[in-house]
Design a protein around this ligand. Sequence first.
Ligand SMILES: Nc1ncnc2c1ncn2[C@@H]1O[C@H](COP(=O)(O)OP(=O)(O)OP(=O)(O)O)[C@@H](O)[C@H]1O
Ligand SMILES: [Mg+2]
Length: 133
Amino acid sequence: MTIPSIVARSISKTYRRGRQLITALQNVAFEVSQGELVLLIGPSGSGKTTLLNLIAALDRPDSGEILIDGLDVTGLSRSAAAGYRDERVGMIFQSYNFAPAADRSRKHSAANDSEAATEPPARPGAARNSRPG
Ligand SMILES: Nc1ncnc2c1ncn2[C@@H]1O[C@H](COP(=O)(O)OP(=O)(O)OP(=O)(O)O)[C@@H](O)[C@H]1O
Ligand SMILES: [Mg+2]
């Protein structure tokens, strides 16, 4: 049997929006084996992005643990999390996170994307220094 490379145990995550508490994940548990292809399917708002953010250590659960090859990534420091993502995680975001940051610095709207793509940045390095959120 293949050793699981992702083990999630009792993952819970609640967001706070003003006074409202939104439980995105409640006691989620699963295992993914090395080389296994997994599709995460569910209706809008069911917590898919929340879960992926936790696996990528972009956010922390309120409780539970996520072991990646035995390493719990829920307690990593910011720099350790960045190192983990650099070495182990590939992520294509649902929304194109890079463009809005570049657009803000260049005072372009999304409608000008195609034009913006052919122009140099208004400030040298502004677009290069942007990071996906
Ligand atoms: N930063 C946040 N602040 C407050 N609530 C949030 C935040 N992010 C997500 N939520 C809420 O948590 C729940 C799960 O959202 P999530 O984005 O994980 O769902 P999803 O399955 O990825 O949805 P979609 O298919 O639309 O991408 C939703 O009710 C959402 O409104
Ligand atoms: Mg999503």
